[in-house]
Design a protein. Structure first.
Lengths: 149, 149
DNA sequence: GGGCATAGTTCGTCGCGCGAATTATGGTGG
DNA sequence: CCACCATAATTCGCGCGACGAACTATGCCC
């Protein structure tokens, strides 16, 4: 199914271009998107993003250096840290997220409303069908985190 | 269209997992796939993969070190180099490519034959609609190269 | 054959991802 | 109460990947 592969590249290119315009790397964009809504501990973030803890330290370091996220002490566990958006990060990710969604939405602009709905339904099922088996996954299989959302 | 984004992650995860099992990085896998069929010059490869020349030198270096590709002198231009698969690289990419395609094909296994065809048709149109504008792209927009193929 | 274009490489810089080792705190059982 | 194991993060060293700028060497053309 070449179309699946090619559409995947399309989406990735859109995401990458959008991130670049907002001065973000794809990973930093992803981090900010995950943090929309609530703060996360480092371990929790690692699980969500499918990264090793040590990878996360660096990602959060760089994003923090850019003033977009902040490490806050966890009131319930002095070992732990809560990673949260700064006001600047929150403002940025709001724009980035909206803009990225807008561009993704435009990809199927050549399709009629009926067709778009069909596409969404079919893809939705493909995604659902293939996310259940994640439960059975080998420990070495990196999982993909949901995106702009 | 969240389904588009999520399916894109799905495909990427499949590609990454497949590459890992064959001892390849995604980039090296991509390089090998492009080289199936014929050899390329470095500049030509850069255009095809959407990479700067300097990025390519390293990628080809590492892949060559692994014995999968080879730099051959270009008979028509002593400055230029032809990058080609070694026998080992050719054998490996045959398997890798076939296996990756097999796995991608399995993603929509929950859909009926009719639905798969519809999905392919719709996605095909989305891809087509969105590859033409590449002609107008700004020089700073990295383009995605077609994949397992 | 002087001068510009083209093909590749080198160099330095950064981001990213990992595992192993480390530090510090939490929790629990004796 | 404290020894001990578990857990939360960080640090370190490694390699891959991507880039731009500077460089070398060859081709090409007037």
């Amino acid at each position: 199914m070449a179309a699946l592969v090619r559409s995947s590249f399309l989406v990735d290119a859109v995401y990458a271009a959008s991130a670049r315009e907002y001065g973000l790397t794809q990973q930093q964009g992803q981090l900010l998107c995950v943090l929309m809504g609530r703060s996360y501990g480092m371990t929790e973030l690692g699980a969500t993003l499918g990264l090793a803890k040590s990878s996360l330290t660096g990602l959060v370091d760089r994003t923090e250096r850019n003033g977009l996220v902040r490490r806050e002490p966890d009131p319930r566990d002095t070992r732990a840290v809560r990673v949260a958006l700064t006001p600047r990060g929150a403002a940025l990710v709001d724009e980035f997220y909206a803009e990225t969604c807008r561009r993704i939405d435009e990809l199927p602009s050549g399709l009629g409303p009926q067709e778009r709905e069909t596409l969404a339904e079919l893809l939705g099922r493909v995604v659902l069908d293939n996310e259940v088996p994640v439960v059975f996954k080998e420990p070495d299989e990196g999982a993909a985190a949901g995106h702009p959302g």
